[in-house]
Design a protein around this ligand. Structure first.
Ligand SMILES: O=P(O)(O)O[C@H]1O[C@H](CO)[C@@H](O)[C@H]1O
Ligand SMILES: Nc1nc2[nH]cnc2c(=O)[nH]1
Length: 286
C-alpha cells in the first residue's frame, strides 16, 4: 500500500551525520549552543577549535541568512567542551520544522544533554528596551496552531516519546544559574525573563499582529528557537533560551520606525560582548 504520510527526516540521516562528525573530531561535548542572528562571535572565543562547515556534513542543511555563518565550532569555553552552531535554520528559508531542528538530534547522538539556544527578537513588552537580555521562561509555537511541529510524522521512539510534555521546556535551574551570572557580571539592569513567541516570518509583524501578541502575554517575538527547543526537550535535553531584544516591536500607528534586519544585526554586535561574558561565566558553573 502506498504511504500517504508526509516524509520526515529519516533516522539514518541523523546517524550518518553524527558518525561523520565523530570521525572528524575527538571532541565529545555535552553542551551545545545555537547562536542567533549576529551572535556567532561567541564561537570565535572557543579554544582548541575544530571548525566544520555545514556543507561538509552529510544531510546537514545550509544557512542562507546574513549573520548566520553556517559552521559547527567545537572547542573549550571556560574549560568545558562545547559545540556552537554558528548559524541556524528557519522555516522561512523553506525548511520544514524537522529540518530546522535536524542538528539538535545529531547533537543528541553525539552525547549533548544541555542546549543553550539564543536568538534575536523584537520586544513586545513595553517595559523592555533595545539591548535587553531576556531569559525565556516559556514559548508560544504560533505555527504549531496550524500543525507545524518538528515532531510531526512518525515518532522516533529512540529519541523520545510520542507526546512529550512542554510545561517544563525551559530548565528552571539553568535559568536561575544564568540569573546569578548576570548579577556577578553587573548585567542585572538589562535582564528580563519572559515569553517568546515564534512566528513563521520572513515578514516582520504588522502593528495589529504586535498588539495581538501583547494581548496574548507575549514579551518577545522572533522566527526561530521553538523547533530546536521542542526537539531538544523530546530527547530530554536541559534547555536555556536567551533572547536578545534587538528592536522594539511597533505597536502604534503614530510610529515612524520600520523593523529591519540591519538594526537586528547592529544590536547583536553591540551586545555580543555581554552575551559572551554571560555564557562563558555560566558554562564554567555547569
Ligand atoms: O532568531 P534568529 O535566528 O536569532 O534571528 C531573528 O532575526 C531575524 C530577523 O531579523 C530572523 O531570523 C529572526 O528569527
Ligand atoms: N518576528 C520578528 N523577528 C525578529 N527578530 C528580531 N527582531 C524581530 C522582530 O521584531 N520580529
Amino acid at each position: 500500500m502506498a504511504c500517504l504520510m508526509e516524509s520526515s527526516v529519516p533516522l539514518q540521516s541523523y546517524k550518518e551525520a553524527a558518525e561523520w562528525i565523530l570521525a572528524h573530531t575527538d571532541q565529545r561535548p555535552r553542551i551545545a549552543v545555537i547562536c542567533g542572528s549576529g551572535l556567532g562571535t561567541l564561537a570565535e572565543t572557543l579554544e582548541n577549535k575544530t571548525v566544520i562547515p555545514y556543507e561538509d556534513i552529510p544531510h546537514f542543511p545550509s544557512s542562507t541568512v546574513p549573520g548566520h555563518a553556517g559552521r559547527l565550532v567545537f572547542g573549550l569555553l571556560n574549560g568545558k567542551q562545547c559545540v556552537c552552531m554558528q548559524g541556524r535554520f528557519h522555516i522561512y528559508e523553506g525548511y520544514s520544522m524537522s529540518t530546522v531542528a535536524f542538528p539538535v538530534r545529531v547533537f543528541s547522538l553525539l552525547g549533548v544533554d544541555t542546549l543553550i539556544v539564543t536568538n534575536a527578537a523584537g520586544g513586545i513588552n513595553s517595559n523592555y528596551s533595545v539591548g535587553d537580555i531576556m531569559f525565556i521562561k516559556d514559548h508560544i509555537n504560533m505555527p504549531g496552531f496550524c500543525g507545524q511541529n518538528p515532531l510531526r510524522g512518525p515518532n522516533e521512539d529512540g529519541f523520545g516519546v510520542r507526546f512529550p510534555c512542554m510545561s517544563d521546556a525551559y530548565d528552571q535551574h539553568l535559568r536561575h544559574l544564568a540569573m546569578d551570572c548576570t548579577q556577578e557580571l553587573g548585567l542585572q539592569d538589562i535582564v528580563q525573563e519572559g515569553i517568546y513567541c515564534m512566528l513563521g516570518g520572513p515578514s516582520y509583524e504588522t502593528i495589529a499582529e504586535c498588539n495581538m501578541l501583547k494581548l496574548l502575554g507575549v514579551d518577545a517575538v522572533g522566527m526561530s528557537t521553538v523547533p530546536e527547543v521542542i526537539t531538544g526537550r523530546h530527547c530530554r535535553m536541559h534547555i536555556l533560551g536567551i533572547s536578545l531584544i534587538t528592536n522594539m516591536a511597533i505597536l502604534s500607528y503614530n510610529s515612524t520606525a520600520h523593523a529591519n534586519h540591519q538594526e537586528v544585526l547592529q544590536t547583536s554586535q553591540l551586545r555580543a560582548a555581554a552575551l559572551i561574558a554571560l555564557l562563558t561565566n555560566l558554562v564554567g558553573k555547569m
